[in-house]
Design a protein around this ligand. Structure first.
Ligand code: GLN
Ligand code: ZN
Length: 778
């Protein structure tokens, strides 16, 4: 038996978000480049030590990045976009941060919780666009590619990191993004030229990769991991065949290439992948366990097979017995040679459980964060190589106990939830009447003007509000006092909206720190960590809740605030909820039941809240689903199934109300022309969407599709401090009226206002209300 262990990448942000703190101090000018680099070096050394101490055979070098690994590759490959006009006097690091953050001071991403890039600006050196790294919540910086793009090797930083690890006595495996995935992730920027295909750059790019591999080889690196996760996507044929020639060429260098795939089954790319002339292949045994047998059969035995057997995307302890049962026959087929790894980089899970001292003791035993996953790999290796020593036996027994405990725990399975699921009727996801009928009765009840104005939910969150919330959470502010402060804030927000003349008001969401956390904290089945941070982009991290058990709503979550707000005004008050798919998407979810089952439980919990709001007299309820699009599977073939259960979950949450209650939904971004029928199938009475940045382009799609229900196309961009003028917004509304029946149009900003200041918010909304008035007059 020769079993080797390694990882594809490690969370670089640090156990206590050291990298975040260092970066932000550096950007404020408090920490020098040298000091920031020193922090990076310390973190790398620490993370390699963890890998070695856990008994891994290789440490991984190259996964570290001060901001983003794709941005690091843009520098490594010498293709910084020419538009930045960098001069040679500028340090590489300052260029790197300019690409990442821009220097026009226009972009503002604070609080922008959704995935799409908001970096497009007319003037100045705006940052590179951001986009989601496959189906994760990590955002990478998008390479800009054009026919003028040239590549040249700038590998000093990478080689220095390799040397750092070697000096520390580590066995190094270098990790890089593969050339095809790098090009795939880029965006074609060809002003005035069409017909450019970024794949055409491959020929130029390959010699640079070749030179890079050669430098690594000269420095004594024997294995280089090249990440090509696009092999799990629906690839055009030209890209598929490019793999063969590209890897043939790279293999000439004579360094061992481990081709790494993850996140998605290989399917029709499986045999191609197995045939590529490389020394080894890594496959994702968590996302594609059903392909392991075929891969073992197809991959020639002289090649290394690395199996991603520990879940790199989730926080659950590995069921080692099940993993061993899966690995043993595979190891036998490979004559005892196997590499073991997490399914993908551990970037997507928190650093370590060690910090979680307050966590429920039982649930803690069910979890494994990045550091704990390293140990799992070693245990698996030991057990495969066998026979295990006493320590290993004890560790295996402990793991077995935790797995059994979780499986049997009454905290995971609630009879009341199971029973409720069994009694759902076929009409649970249907409103009583069709939209035209509902529209009639809702209009009679609400008596809104044409082009009704509203906002997306949150209003500016001042330092005072944040401070009150934080001290209430720490137990320093008494509940009654906190209540009073929030009620006063609601009164203030309602008063300002009345003064502005808005038609449908909101309470402002001052009680919410985060649109998922707020609900998760009040639902059964959720648990929260202290330091379970995961990098989202640059220095930004998120701390996803963990859904560990059956979800149920013990008590109303928003009714008191909403009812209080409604009591202060004659105008309709819109209740504000986060939808089931968004809660699911932004949490760590159970791996012991399918995602749709968890979505269904969440839907029922939100449904209960919707019912309570209606009973309390609230006539309009918004259920936000900004994450519905980002949940789309990587393979198109799986889209329909996902959209079926996701939109059903939304409808189940919404459909409990009578015809007279108006259901709104909100989605942040614009790219959903390809899923319009499914958006329509959600059957919300009103949908608000982001359109201002694309100049209402999206509405053409809605118009052509003849979207049947009401739409509120965002008429201004809340991510920019710019105050939109009335004529600007009138123009957008006129454009919208050309695509959508004016009687179905609403007027609103394109997202929540919590990151904005009051002055700009009021000025913008005043102009927006004036725009609606002009539209009515016309
Ligand atoms: N209701 C939320 C807010 O206004 C919506 C946020 C979002 O779409 N991301 O803040
Ligand atoms: Zn939004």
């Amino acid at each position: 038996m020769t079993i080797r262990t390694h990882i594809l990448g490690f969370p670089r942000i640090g156990a206590a978000r050291e990298l975040k703190l260092a970066l932000e101090s550096h950007w404020r000018g408090e920490v020098s480049e040298a000091a920031l680099e020193a922090t990076g070096q310390q973190l790398r050394a620490r993370h390699w030590a963890l890998q070695r101490d856990a008994g891994l055979d290789y440490v991984t070098v190259g996964d570290f990045a001060l901001y983003d690994q794709v941005a690091s590759h843009i520098q490594l490959l010498g293709c910084e976009p020419a538009r930045f006009r960098f001069d040679t006097a500028q340090s590489p690091l300052s260029r790197y941060f300019t690409m990442a953050r821009g220097n026009d001071n226009q972009a503002d991403h604070a609080g922008c919780t959704h995935s799409q890039a908001h970096h497009e600006h007319a003037a100045g050196n705006h940052a590179l666009e951001m986009s989601k790294w496959f189906d994760t919540n990590y955002h990478y910086l998008v390479p800009e590619l054009s026919p003028q793009t040239r590549f040249s090797l700038a590998c000093e930083r990478l080689l220095a990191e390799v040397a750092e690890a070697q000096v520390l006595g580590h066995q190094v495996k270098a990790a890089l993004i593969g050339p095809l995935t790098f090009l795939w992730l880029g965006k074609e920027k060809t002003p005035g030229e069409s017909g450019f295909d970024r794949l055409a750059l491959l020929e130029q790019l390959l010699p640079v990769y070749g030179a890079l591999l050669d430098r690594l080889k000269q420095q004594g690196v024997t294995w280089v991991q090249l990440d090509e996760p696009i092999l799990g996507l629906d690839l055009p044929n030209a890209w598929r065949s490019a793999f063969e020639s590209a890897y043939w060429q790279l293999n000439q260098v004579g360094v061992n290439i481990l081709l790494a795939t993850y996140f998605s089954p290989l399917e029709e790319n499986l045999s191609l992948t197995c045939r590529l002339p490389v020394a080894g292949l890594h496959v994702d045994g968590i996302r594609a366990p059903h392909e392991l047998i075929s891969v073992t059969d197809w991959l020639p035995t002289h090649k290394v097979l690395s199996i991603g057997i520990v879940d790199g995307r989730n926080i659950w302890r590995t069921d080692l017995d099940a993993a061993l049962a899966m690995l043993q026959p595979l190891a036998a087929k490979r004559n005892g040679h196997l590499w073991l790894a997490p399914s993908c980089s551990l970037l997507h899970v928190p650093f370590s459980l060690e910090a979680e001292t307050d966590l429920d003791g039982e649930i803690r035993t069910w979890l494994a964060f990045a550091t704990e996953k390293l140990v799992e790999l070693s245990l698996l290796k030991g057990a495969l190589e066998g026979p295990p020593d006493d320590d290993a036996l004890a560790a295996l027994a402990k793991s077995r106990l935790a797995i059994a405990g979780r499986r049997a725990s009454p905290r995971v399975h609630r009879a009341s939830v199971t029973q409720r699921l069994q009694t759902l009727t076929p009409s649970v996801d249907r409103r009583d009447s069709s939209f035209p009928q509902r529209q009639g009765v809702q209009r009679a009840r609400l008596r809104l003007p044409d082009f009704p104005t509203t906002t997306i939910g949150s209003f500016p969150q001042t330092t005072a509000i944040r401070a009150a919330r934080a001290s209430f959470k720490r137990g320093e502010l008494a509940s009654a006092e906190y209540d009073n402060q929030l009620r006063a804030e609601i009164a203030h927000v309602v008063g300002r909206q009345e003064a502005l003349g808005l038609d449908v008001l909101v309470h402002g969401e001052a009680e919410r720190n985060d649109m998922v956390e707020y609900f998760g904290e009040q639902l059964d089945g959720f648990i929260f960590t202290r330091l379970g941070w995961v990098q989202s982009y640059g220095s930004r991290c998120v701390k996803p809740p963990i859904i560990y058990g059956d979800v149920q709503r013990p008590a109303a979550m928003t009714v008191a605030w909403t009812v209080h707000a409604q009591s202060l005004t004659q105008k309709p008050m819109k209740g504000m909820l986060t939808g089931p798919v968004t809660i699911l998407q932004w949490s760590f979810v159970r791996d012991d039941q399918p995602r749709p089952s968890t979505a269904l439980q969440l839907a029922l919990a939100i449904r209960d809240e919707v019912q309570d709001l209606e009973t309390a007299g609230i006539g309009i309820i918004q259920i936000d689903e900004p994450a519905i699009r980002e949940g789309l599977p990587l393979r198109r073939g799986q889209w329909d199934a996902y959209l079926d259960w996701a939109t059903r979950a939304f409808r189940i949450a919404a459909s409990v109300v009578k015809d007279t209650t108006q259901i709104h939904t909100h989605m942040c971004y614009a790219e959903f022309n390809d899923i319009l029928p499914q958006i329509a199938a959600m059957d919300a009475d009103v949908i608000t969407i982001e359109t201002s940045r694309s100049d209402m382009e999206l509405l053409t799609g809605f118009g052509q599709f003849q979207y049947p229900n009401d739409i509120g196309p965002g008429v201004y961009d809340v991510h920019s401090p710019r105050i939109p003028s009335t004529p600007d917004m009138v123009k957008l509304l006129q454009k919208a009226s050309a695509a959508i029946a004016p009687a179905n149009l609403w007027v609103n900003p394109d997202c929540g206002l919590k990151t904005r200041g009051w002055a700009e918010t009021e000025a913008a909304l005043r102009n927006m209300v004036a725009a609606a008035q002009q539209m009515r007059a016309a």
